[in-house]
Write a protein that binds this ligand. Structure first.
Ligand SMILES: [Zn+2]
Length: 437
């Protein structure tokens, strides 16, 4: 006996692939360059040279720079969303952003924004209880007493921790450079946040415990899909004015790498369908692959929690993968997605496909799909008055409320991607929709 079926298809072409230069291969983008220092905190006076350096990099790499040392641009998240990356260049102290502005930066990051911190960006919000979100975002807190090598022009020797990483392209290994090398010892108020990946380690800079070899540049993947990069280098104005040095190359790499949202695909997804057949649900994926070795098929009944059900070995070139899910016979919704590991270790996901096997009432009507500016959802009468949630492709709740006879939401500030609407008391039922810009 088979149920009657409703099948949802999506075919989404992605243009980005691993190996393509993200700065030169995509659309022009914008970065926000922020250089505020708190009253009474140290000011490196590098802002003008830092701005000029990013403008020069941008002119050759497809982006433009908005520069400010004032915090009012952080008043609303909608002010920040036009920027692919926000740079904190030698920001200091704990008086950079007020509560509303901090919430806007947090919302920006949650919606897929990226971050770059330079040198004294870890000399901002040094009390770990003031704004731990920021400490995790930048990835560290510089220690106090002393906070750095006594000589601001200490000649350190750095080595690559992740050879071949795109962030280190064009950087010599080892790299000898004069700078003011920061210290991170926890017993002196320092911190390196869990979850960062060190890119550059400086060899021992003296005889104190905190002089021992330590991370000096790192990155992290952000749960919103954006990326964070931090370098403790950049104390001196010469770092920003000398167009031939590797500091400039490092920051060029940082903008280009962080401007690539990690939720985008390192493979080209040619088609991805899921449909019901006699023996279960048939999942078909056809990709063009450059460098990904293994792909996992994941399944969910609620669109939020996914389980691995099958691993596929991949070959270079085009791959057609099929899977028959013979356990998919009960009524309700079945969600499928693929996951894989990127070269830098981050896990990436495909969009979600859903197969609905009828036998339970649907949630209602959602139009248009794909959504362009406004989502309109008319719930079935049984659901009016119930709480609803909207989740993103990773299951994170991004919006919730109570259903009236009609729900209309502006999606202009949402990042492009796949979302699910769920209604309380209807576990196992969601509606998938795609937001496009
Ligand atoms: Zn400094």
């Amino acid at each position: 006996m088979r149920f009657s079926l409703l099948v949802v298809f999506l075919i989404i072409p992605f243009s980005l692939s691993w190996g393509q230069d993200p700065c030169l291969g995509g659309a022009p983008f914008r970065i926000l360059h922020f250089t505020k220092t708190s009253e009474g905190s140290f000011d490196h006076n590098t802002r003008n040279n830092s701005r000029a350096m990013f403008e020069a990099i941008g002119a050759a790499n497809n982006f433009t720079v908005t520069d400010t040392d004032q915090s009012d641009i952080f008043d609303q998240v909608s002010n920040l969303l036009p920027y692919t990356v926000i740079v904190f260049s030698n920001t200091t102290g704990s008086d950079l952003l007020n509560t509303t502005q901090r919430a806007a930066l947090e919302a920006y990051i949650a919606q897929g924004g990226s971050f770059i911190g330079i040198h004294a960006a870890t000399d901002a919000y040094r009390n770990p209880s003031t704004w731990p979100f920021y400490n995790n975002l930048v990835g560290g807190i510089v220690q106090s007493g002393p906070s750095h090598t006594s000589d601001a022009n200490y000649r350190g020797t750095m080595t690559h921790d992740v050879p071949g990483h795109p962030l280190l392209e064009g950087i010599e290994d080892p790299w000898n450079k004069e700078d003011e090398y920061y210290y991170w010892s926890e017993d002196r108020g320092g911190q390196i946040s869990p979850g960062i990946t060190s890119l550059l380690t400086v060899a021992k800079t003296g005889d104190m415990v905190f002089d021992s070899a330590r991370a000096i540049t790192w990155f992290r993947q952000l749960t919103g899909g954006g990326r964070s990069f931090y370098t403790a280098l950049g104390h001196n104005n010469g770092d920003y004015t000398d167009a031939s040095n590797s500091f400039r190359t490092l920051l060029r790499n940082a903008v280009c790498w962080t401007s690539t949202n990690s939720l985008l695909l390192p493979i080209q997804l040619l088609s991805f369908t899921a449909r019901s057949v006699e023996q279960g649900n048939q999942v078909d994926l056809w990709i063009s692959n450059e460098g990904v070795e293994e792909l996992h098929l994941e399944k969910s009944r609620d669109g939020a929690e996914f389980q691995n059900i099958r691993a596929f070995r991949l070959h270079e070139g085009e791959n057609k993968l099929t899977y028959l899910d013979q356990e998919a016979v009960a009524s309700g919704d079945y969600y499928y997605r693929f996951s894989w590991q990127e070269v830098d270790g981050a896990v990436a996901f495909s969009p979600v496909q859903v197969v609905r096997i009828k036998g339970s009432p649907s949630l209602g009507a959602l139009t248009p799909n794909p959504v362009t500016h406004h989502l309109r959802f008319v719930p079935n009468t049984a659901h009016v008055g119930k709480r609803y949630m909207i989740r993103d492709i990773l299951g994170r709740r991004i919006h919730s409320g109570w259903l009236d006879t009609e729900l209309v939401l502006s999606t202009d500030s949402w990042t492009q991607g796949t979302y699910l609407i769920q209604v309380e008391g209807q576990t196992g039922q969601s509606m998938m929709f795609l937001v496009q810009h």
